[in-house]
Design a protein around this ligand. Structure first.
Ligand code: HEM
Length: 304
């Protein structure tokens, strides 16, 4: 049986660390994947940690062509909207996510990982995330209301058995800085129109009450009448003076996430997502998150 990396679905951790690495010059793809596959969270089932790793899709394809989905690519060009608006591309080679009950665990493992990978890769970006009022992002709205449940999420996030890359997932990772001063100056009804949901209960606006440029309207993607879902694991980041949302979206298919971005940017001819006037993407990268079995093929470390 092929299984996805379990940390994708491990909800509830309060502390998160995200580490993006670039391969050192001359290091080949398989050597890099081997080094990452040898990373291990502590082998204990209490007080543990969740680890999820991903690779630049082209790099993973070079290392494991038989285990790579067709047509998945890195975030190799910015996403441009009609009015000159652009979401930047900041693709790196490796993505590592540690999630745990407390930040000291994330810190120690992140530190160890940077040292363990030092021979093959250098750290290019590091972010810490934390949970805010259980399930809210730093706009104050609940984030994840429309997410699939954990019963449905694997089918949405993971490539189906039998297909190339089975058990793997395509990750979109973006840092969005909120313009908190402008956002907090808005009255609640104006904020609600921008999101497309009420703030206290997270109730979606019905019918014509939903503004065409709301975030919810702009991130709905349909194919043949069917709504295409993704599985989001967003977390807040930052300090009182500078903060925002780390967008973490998993999907069995890349196209729908790229379409969401294009719709948000107004690149589809529709209106630009009103949320993008109060939040700015600073980074953007896609990573392929292989199945546990595909990753274990590269392990050289002793089990146990
Ligand atoms: C500043 C960055 C972002 C913030 C603060 C944010 C926040 C939210 C909030 C509050 C909701 C409504 C509640 C919910 O269903 O979760 C939502 C919905 C959603 N967001 Fe975002 N989001 C951000 C970026 C993105 C990006 C970059 C994407 C896609 C690439 C995205 C995709 C979605 C989707 C698919 C939904 C559900 C829409 C539906 O109701 O069908 N979001 N987001």
């Amino acid at each position: 049986m092929v299984t996805g990396q379990s940390g994708i679905f491990a909800l509830g951790d309060a502390a998160h660390g995200f580490f993006e690495f670039r391969a050192r010059p001359g290091v080949d793809a398989a050597a890099l994947v081997r080094a990452v596959a040898d990373l291990r969270p502590p082998h204990t089932t209490v007080g543990g940690v969740n680890l999820v790793v991903g690779f630049r899709p082209e790099l993973w394809r070079a290392a494991a062509p038989a285990e790579a989905p067709a047509e998945v690519t890195g975030f190799n060009a910015e996403v441009r909207g009609a009015d000159g608006y652009a979401m930047p591309a900041s693709q790196a080679d490796v993505w590592v996510w540690f999630a745990a009950a407390a930040y000291d665990i994330v810190f120690d493992l992140g530190h160890a990982t940077v040292e363990e990978l030092a021979g093959v890769a250098t750290l290019v970006r590091e972010q810490t995330g934390w949970s805010y009022r259980h399930s809210r992002d730093l706009t104050g709205f609940e984030d994840g209301t429309e997410n699939p449940t954990l019963y449905e999420a694997p089918e949405i996030a993971l490539i189906a058995d039998g297909a190339p890359g089975a058990g793997g997932s395509v990750l979109l990772f973006q840092q969005w800085r909120h313009d908190a001063v402008a956002w907090n100056a808005l009255p609640q009804p104006a904020q609600e129109k921008i999101i497309g949901r009420t703030k206290p209960e997270s109730t979606e606006f019905a019918g014509d009450a939903m503004p065409r440029d709301s975030h919810v309207a702009r991130t709905k993607v349909h194919r043949g009448g069917e709504e295409l879902k993704i599985f989001r694991r967003n977390v807040p980041y930052g300090t009182v003076s500078e903060h925002g949302t780390l967008f973490i979206g998993f999907s069995a298919e890349q196209g729908r996430m790229q379409r969401m971005l294009e719709q948000m940017a107004g690149a589809d001819g529709g209106p630009r997502d009103a949320l993008t006037r109060f939040s700015t993407p600073l980074t953007g990268a896609y990573y392929f998150v292989p199945s546990i079995q595909a990753l274990r093929c590269f392990t050289t470390a002793e089990e146990g």
